[in-house]
Write a protein that binds this ligand. Sequence first.
Ligand SMILES: CC(=O)N[C@H]1[C@@H](OP(=O)(O)O)O[C@H](CO)[C@@H](O)[C@@H]1O
Ligand SMILES: [Mg+2]
Length: 554
Amino acid sequence: MDEEQKSILLKTSSRFPIPPGVKFSYGTAGFRADALVLESTVYRAGILAALRSIKTRSVIGLMITASHNKISDNGVKIADPSGGMLTQAWEPFADALANATDSDCLLQLIIEFAKEESILIDGHCRAEVLLGRDTRPSGESLLEAAKQGINSIVGSAAIDMGILTTPQLHWMVRARNKGMKASERDYFEQLSSSFRCLMNLVPGECKVKGTDYKLVVDGANGVGGEKLECLMNMLDGLVIEVRNTGKGGGILNEGVGADYVQKEKVVPQEFGSNDIGMRCASLDGDADRLVYFIVPSVSSNNIMLVDGDKMLSLFALFIKEQLSILYKGVDENNPYQARFGVVQTAYANGASTDFLKELGLEVVLTPTGVKFLHEKAVEYDIGIYFEANGHGTILFSDSFLCWLEKRQNELSSMSEGSEPQKAALRLLAVSKLVNQAVGDAFSGLLLAEAILQTLSWSINQWSELYQDLPSRQLKVKVMDRTAVVTANAETVVVKPPGIQEAINAETVKYPRGRSFIRPSGTEDVIRVYAEASTQEGADSLAHSVGKLVEQFLE
Ligand SMILES: CC(=O)N[C@H]1[C@@H](OP(=O)(O)O)O[C@H](CO)[C@@H](O)[C@@H]1O
Ligand SMILES: [Mg+2]
């Protein structure tokens, strides 16, 4: 590193001193904290993104968002060249950078890391970082900090893509690195044209018309509502009404949004008795999560939730069905045996896991956080992953897609319009509709809508795929959440000693009881999950385990 580069880093970093007494950690989904303490972190994440771009000789993404967190929080996460999350191998460097106490330490860290990773910071390797942010008011000044971080590595370009959903930015990074068109318009085009393709394949007798079949979407008062309004104007065969777009004065994630709806299981604001029985959906603050719900009656505020597990189940069922139709037309000696797998976390409702296994699917568990689920899902030809909260996607391997294209061409010349050919076309359309970089509420929504129409199902039929086991989630505030250490995809606590035995002793008291705890990676809390055969049982188990957390961690 030459002297000029060093002095630029020293000078710019001195403008972003780290706040005293805060420890930053690249958690489940990047750095998150009160926006007031984040400028130095975002500036440093900018440096990291530029270095990652030089190292990988690819375009990198930097997204400023705190998703479902409250509006005063913000956060930053990095998208790798594939469009997926930053490689976990760089997380310790991200932590070290964010916590470096002053400019000299920061410079030293960068020099050492660049040496270790053989990153040549000489101004000749050009770095390119795409920037996106959600609608949080703190986003603009944090964006400026990110730009300064990126620009402090000589030869780097920061490209502001404006206000975006998280999945849009990840999609753009992936598209750029694949040499494809990567504007927001291209993203909307890809989604709307693959949706059109699926809708054109809906059997004639299943086609529904008119506004009776309207979908009502809660936009969480965030970026998702605004962007969905753009997308829906490009869609045929689906009527969407968006509420909580953020324009009506509502506050981001306050009493609205997918996280609120899924965790509290109550009606979001602006929804009520007029919506009884309607198909409703809720996005989270950066539109990478989606859940569906129904308002069942006026008498209570409760909803009937169709969560990520049920979305996963619908998608898995549909894909399995299309594969079996497709294979019917394949030469027995030469079928492509697609490896089809499902990835969930410990938060998946036990009933969903049973359902998926009964379908004959391979189900694996990973720790919470898309980075873990995604990493596992890419091992399959078709890997579906979903968190119960509605974050997930379906990944297709290149080799399977290549075979599928070829097979589709054969089928169209041999038996145009046959069921196997339609199945091939549907699977190809799904691979384009579904964001291959990261979970995307818009992809999920359009796929769910297309499948419901193809099967001619109501949301009630979907919901009845299986009966959720009653569950409850709680958060417990403790002195030090890192005192809880888990293993086996977070299903067992190994520290503090003794707590797992105490949790077991509580759990056995409840029929179909299951409970686990883990430190949150996005909030300063310990999360408690409990499941049992009755709601009272789940509530009481969660409560008792919450008490254990207090006892063991005070
Ligand atoms: C129980 C739960 O919903 N946890 C969420 C939440 O992570 P925590 O580490 O639990 O705070 O935010 C993550 C990022 O959005 C998401 O991936 C994850 O599923
Ligand atoms: Mg989110």
